[in-house]
Design a protein around this ligand. Structure first.
Ligand code: PAF
Length: 280
């Protein structure tokens, strides 16, 4: 595995490999790699000749009072995980190499970035779309892999690739969960053992909602039940519980055959997101 820090160097290397007919898969991450990321790497390795993993805590997707400074950065661990999983190139850019002094071009989705997480994190998806489009231009992959835990991010990136004619297949990969059911996330390290146990209630409430959806229960009632169950979790505060069409994130109606139930909840002051796709 080769570690590359400069965007131009990765771009040049990939250009050469593509001339030789190699296919490239990209796994964009912010590091603190866990089993969820590993599942993305494995998929990329199995579907492409070359796999590039980027590890970069992107400052422009964090709001002023968010966790940019304290976000975990276990670089040696991340290097080992990538090596162990047969990654070909690990891209480790810095703020300086990725954002020049006059940087002033941003990518923004004018519809999907305003709902759900976008309500309390108004600049988040602009930061995500901007850095992901830079990574797309630098690594020039045929396929890019995103975890479905960040469901809204996946839909927005897919839409961006379509809207801006990136010739890249955006692939959503299933959520990987701990035994307890809690969705794997680099931010789980912020949770105490007690808070982790409490947070399991989020997934339980989603699983129950999925059963209720299949049984034909009205969406309003399902939503009320989830809210009630989540509020029963000690220290929990609901940011949102949303039932949306799983394709376009329009508000779900009782006629929808496939919806995503997405939640953002603070447990012990740690903001967690999770979701479940439900089909009739
Ligand atoms: O999902 C993430 O880890 C980040 O939002 C991403 C896609 C790597 C962009 O910084």
């Amino acid at each position: 595995m080769k570690i590359i820090r400069k965007p131009e160097e990765l771009q040049k290397t990939i250009e050469e490999l593509k001339k030789k007919g190699k296919t490239v898969g990209l796994v964009p991450t912010m590091g603190a790699l866990h089993a969820g990321h590993i599942s993305l790497m494995k998929k990329s390795v199995s579907q492409n000749d070359i796999t590039v993993v980027s590890v970069y805590v992107n400052p422009i997707q964090f709001g002023p009072n968010e966790d940019y400074e304290k976000y975990p950065r276990p670089v040696e661990h991340d290097i080992k995980v990538c090596k162990d999983n047969k990654v070909d190139f690990l891209f480790l850019p810095t703020n300086k190499t990725l954002y020049n002094d006059n940087f002033s071009t941003y990518i923004y989705n004018n519809k999907l970035a305003k709902i759900m997480c976008g309500v309390t994190r108004p600049i988040h998806f602009q930061g995500v779309c901007t850095v992901v489009s830079k990574l797309f231009n630098i690594a020039m992959p045929a396929k890019a892999y995103f975890g479905l835990k960040d469901y809204q991010q996946y839909v927005i990136v897919k839409q961006m690739a379509k809207d801006l004619n990136f010739n890249i297949k955006v692939i959503g990969c299933p959520i990987v969960r701990e035994k307890s059911g809690i969705a794997m996330s680099s931010r789980n390290t912020y949770l105490s053992e007690k808070a982790k146990q409490d947070a399991c209630g989020i997934y339980k409430s989603l699983c129950l909602a999925k059963k209720q959806f299949s049984a034909g229960k009205k969406l309003n009632d399902i939503k009320k039940n989830i809210e009630k169950n989540i509020l029963a979790i000690p220290t929990s505060k609901i940011d949102y519980v949303e039932l949306r069409n799983s394709e376009n994130l329009d508000l779900a109606t009782d006629k929808d055959k496939s919806i995503v139930i997405a939640v953002a909840v603070k447990v012990a002051n740690v903001r967690l997101i999770d979701n479940i796709v439900c089909k009739k």
